[in-house]
Every structure is written in C-alpha cells, then in structure tokens.
Design a protein around this ligand. Sequence first.
Ligand SMILES: [Zn+2]
Length: 421
Amino acid sequence: MPTAAREFTAHDLVSRLESLSEFGATHPGVTRLVYDASWRAAHRWLRTEAETLGLAGTPDWAGNLFLHDPAFVADGSRAALLVGSHLDSVVRGGRYDGAYGAIAGLLIAAALRGASGTPVVGFVTAEEEDSRFHGGMMGGRSLLGGVSEDELDEVKDADGTSWREALAEARADGTAAAQTPDSSRPLVRPLRVLELHIEQGPVLEAERLALGIVTHIAGYRRWRARFDGDARHSGTTPMSHRRDALVCSAEVVLALESLAREHGEPAVGTAGRIAAGPGLFNVVPGDSDVWLELRHSDHAALDRLSRELEERVAAIANRRGLTVSMELVSSQAPQPLDSGLADRAESVARDLGVSSRRMVSGAAHDTMVTARAGIPSLLLFVPSRAGISHSPDEHTEPEALWTGFRVGLELCRRLQAEGGA
Ligand SMILES: [Zn+2]
C-alpha cells in the first residue's frame, strides 16, 4: 500500500537534495550529464523515492520523468499542473541548480496526491544545461513533443555519440521509454508549469529577500565582430601611423560595457572572447575577433541596444581607420512568463509572510520552453550565496530552500483546488 499523502519538513527536502547530489559527485561539485551513468542512477533513485512516497514514476521517450499519483494515467490523455525542473548538471556544477526544483516537484506532487481538483504532477526534464549535447533545451522541447526523429542523429556529443545512441543506453535500463518521437505525444498535457530554482545571481541575497518571482526570461543577441587593420613592425611604426585591431577591439569592449551600464538594469553586455593576430610582441595586431553579447528582457529594448551597439562599433572602427564586419551568430527572443501566475505567487508569499520581489532571469530555464509553447508558466527563485552557480561553490541555506518550497507548495495547493483539468 502506498503511504498517505503527507506533510513534509525542511529535513525531507534537504536530505533528498543531499542524496541526489551524490549521483555524479565529483568532490567538490556534481557532474551529471544527460544519459550518463550518474544521470541514469539519479533517475532510478528519483523514481524509487517517488514510489516510496506513494507516487508512480513514468519516463517518456527522451527520459523526462513524470512523478504522479498511480491513479493518474500518463498516456497523453490527461492534463495536469506540472511542477519540477531539470535532472542534469553542468560539468563540475553545484548541488542545487535543477536539483532543487526536481526534489521540490517530487515532494509537492506527493503532498498534493489524491486531493480533489487539478492533478499535480512532478517532473524532471532530461536535459537543460547544454553540457553534453548542444541541442538546446532537449528535455523541455522533447517533453512537449517538439523534437523530430532526424534530430536524434544530428545532435552529437563531443565524442561523436549521437542523441539516438546515448538514448539507447537509457532505454536499456528503463530510464527512457521505447517510443520514438514521431509516435509519441506528451505523456502529460501541461495546464500550467511551475519551476523552483536557485537564483544564480546576487540580487536576492543583496536585498535580503527570500523569493524572486520571475516575470521575464531575458533574450540575447550574439555577434562575432572582426576588425582588420595593418600588422606592422611595433618598433618602427609611430603611434600616429597605426591601425591596431586589438586596441580597436579593446575600445569596443569598453563601449559595450558603457552601453549596458548607461541603459541600466536589466540590460547586460559581455565580451566573452577576444583574439588578435598575429599575436607577437613585436607586431602591431592587424586583425582581431571579438565575441559580443547583449541580453535584455524586453524585445524593443534589445532591438534598440543592438542598433546602438552596431553604430558604436562602426564609429570606433571608422575613427581608427579599420574595417569591421559584425556577424550575428545567434539570438534568442525575450520570453515573458505568466503574469497571472506571478500575481498568484505574490499573494501566496504575502500570505505566508515571505519577502519577495519581481525580477528578470538572465539565464534560460525549462519554463522558457513551456511558456513559448503557450503554456502559462512561472519560475520562482530562492537566493544563491554570492550569486554563485555552475560551480561546486553553489550554496543556498536550508531555511531559504524551505521557504521557497512552502510558497511553491501553497501556490500549487491553491491552483489545484480551483480545478480545471
Ligand atoms: Zn538550472
């Protein structure tokens, strides 16, 4: 007999987070990449934990896992409120990114199992971090049925192993189901999606707030700017006669920083890489390649910033007598999350006496994928110590984890009671 739906304590949450962090533990840190042995062991453990709590665990073809009341049939015919996050980590990542939302989803689904109203189903997506494959939110997309059969052969990891080959290992031990993408549909139709996550930035800690209610996930534009000047003898070329591509790039890096600062939050600008040739002490650099990124939560603002950056880069190159080409290599549109759910979360936080603020997420999350698909989605943050993440130093105090969980649970409880499946 399954145990009855129950109340949980902070210890229930934190002890399971510690257990999950042992799968892929690299001391320090966690490396749990989609379909690897640690990921598969964690997946099996999570399913067993669910069963211990009276839930059933059902994986889909991609290894996304649903944690639900055994009376709920996960065959695509039923709709539910989904609550969870991702199971994978980055290489030498921390113990909380993804894992917090995964365990919170498990316990919320167990706590609300069998109550009348909308079914509440916990979930973990197979992949979010882009650390083994670079398929882009493979878990979230596959969860919604947005992956083609061809993609399984096209997406490969650094060793040349295809998504299909890696998936075969997961299927062999039951951590992914045997259907193919074309023949499968989402096992659970998401009515709404809630994700609990650590902030990964320093804002909540700095403002001594317990909860971040995310209203938008920032979009980005990424360019490679290439500057061409003259490579000349460094000893014989007077300063007045130089067309130095590296110095030009340096000015561009500072212009990007100024642009983002002048615009103010939530605009951020980063030059992530710079290379100059020929790369010698005694030659003025004749060419340079710089990677530039801008992020903002508002579409029009991102457009304005992008135009302004392109103008400033052109003006700097022109004044210095260099030629420039700027290639837009990738972009992602800003994604608003559900404002109704944000309002609900805010009132739950107020009722529970939990301090909160609305904020933008500068990083992508699974809720970005579900929101883009038109499913009302919300992301809630708890503070991260010093804003550190994707690092073994990631840390959130147990009390802060528990506070976020209480808000998430109460929000799901209220949404469940309203019904609507
Ligand atoms: Zn994450």
